[in-house]
Design a protein around this ligand. Structure first.
Ligand code: ADP
Ligand code: ASP
Ligand code: MG
Length: 408
């Protein structure tokens, strides 16, 4: 008998009708003889609504209380789904993260799963129940409720699949798989039948919010076969797996990811001497601000310029700190820009092809798009451009690298 973990996202459980449709799908798999653990998100919009309520009281509420609040969304959907299942004759039991004993660290709002006690779930499965688990949440050593970061139900599902050694983890969402780029932005995006963990991890890290980054990391680490599919229509979805099948056939670029979540900071005219990069960037990361792309230049007069990006939410804090650092180091000026976007082309095929970066830069140049920053890794090339060019850049790269569907 196979054991499958299914995860249904916010839109898939967004209304009572949708929850009933999910129940029918779960019932079908159960009747076909599969053991099923189902992880669910809150109804779409609910997590944002809860965050909005908190912000009406306090712009920076306690992170502990925030987790108590936002974890409630998933407690609603697990109960409703079990009721819908019971209603069609399927015995099902719901559990919150704490009840399952999904043990996490104590980093409220971005907790990491340390351990899952799968015994209780396994007993229920053996007794013939469908088990429904609240996504996005766990508890720390002290029993405090924690949450796993936005989109964290994906990670709950993969972690459950790893702990239970499930045969497959199926992520049901509102698109029928992973596409070459976000199909809501580029209409000609194509569904991929397969993508490697390595590529999916870069896509997610570079901004494709289809899967939470941690869920892909987990799936790769524990080799959990992961499939992204639609809860609205039938289809094979996209399988995310280890093998890089047939390198020769592999397109150079498999997908394009982008995001508008970052902002750029520049500090100019720093008297150059060993240790300046450390003094500038070390102070930023000591303040727990994550730095992404970094570029340093030294001018003829020996003064250095350092440009880097941070999450937009951290811009104000980073700018304040940088202004202070500039004064301490005798640097000339600091400026900040949040109207930027980051675009990455990703593909394992890049490992064996030269000239991919040059081609990317040419495509952007032909559209008159100025590149502000560049960074690369073995299987991705990232550029930062002005935000107003984001869609044009993604569309041109998508067609320039032959990713458009052949059907017009
Ligand atoms: P869920 O609520 O089910 O977790 P999400 O909104 O988190 O769903 O993820 C699904 C969305 O991800 C899609 O609606 C799509 O707009 C977006 N998306 C971004 N990049 C991609 C991609 N490369 N392929 C498919 N969908 C993508
Ligand atoms: N409900 C949470 C969120 O909106 C978790 C999830 O949907 O995966 O981020
Ligand atoms: Mg999601």
């Amino acid at each position: 008998m196979s054991l499958i973990v299914q995860k249904y996202g916010g839109t898939s459980v967004g209304t009572i009708e949708r929850i009933q449709a999910v129940a029918s799908r779960v019932a079908e798999s159960h009747r076909a003889g599969q053991q099923l653990v189902v992880a669910v998100s809150a109804m779409s919009g609910e997590t944002n609504r809860l965050i909005g309520l908190a912000k009406e009281i306090d712009e920076h509420p306690s992170s502990r209380e925030m987790d108590v609040l936002v974890s409630t969304g998933e407690q609603v959907t697990i109960a409703l789904l079990c009721m819908a299942l019971n209603n069609i004759g399927i015995e099902a039991r719901s559990y919150t993260g704490g009840q399952v004993r999904i043990l996490t660290d104590d980093a409220h709002g971005k907790a990491r799963i340390k351990e899952i006690d799968s015994h209780r779930l396994q007993d229920d499965l053996n007794a013939g129940f469908v088990v429904v688990v609240a996504g996005f949440q766990g508890t720390d050593e002290k029993g405090n409720i924690t949450t796993l970061g936005r989109g964290g139900s994906d990670t709950t599902a993969v972690a459950l699949a790893a702990a239970l050694e499930a045969d497959e983890c199926q992520i049901y969402t509102d698109v029928d798989g992973v596409y070459t780029t976000d199909p809501r932005v580029v209409a000609s995006a194509q569904r991929l039948d397969k993508i490697t963990f390595e590529e999916m991890l870069e896509m997610a890290s570079q901004g494709s919010k289809i899967l939470q980054i941690r869920s892909v990391e987990f799936a790769g680490k524990y080799n959990v076969p992961l499939r992204v599919m639609s809860s609205f229509e039938e289809g094979p979805g996209t399988l995310i797996s280890l093998e890089e099948d047939d390198q020769m056939e592999k397109p150079v670029v498999s997908g394009i990811a982008f995001n508008r979540d970052e902002a750029k900071l520049t500090i100019r005219g720093i008297p150059d001497q060993p240790g300046v990069a450390y003094k500038v960037l070390g102070a930023i990361s000591d303040a727990n601000i994550e730095i992404d792309v970094i570029v340093q230049n030294v001018a003829k007069d020996n003064s250095a310029t350092i440009t880097f990006t941070v999450h937009r939410d951290d811009l104000a804090a980073a700018q304040k700190l940088l202004t202070q650092i500039a004064a301490d180091l005798g640097a000339k000026e600091v400026d900040a820009d949040d109207a930027i976007a980051k675009i990455s082309i990703v593909g394992v095929g890049m490992k064996s092809h030269a000239g991919v970066a040059a081609k990317m830069f040419k495509i952007l140049a032909d559209e008159g798009i100025n590149i502000l920053l560049i960074t690369t890794s073995e299987i991705k090339i990232t550029v930062v451009v002005e935000e107003r060019y984001l869609e044009l850049a993604v569309r041109s790269l998508h067609s320039g690298f032959d990713l458009d569907t052949s059907v017009a």
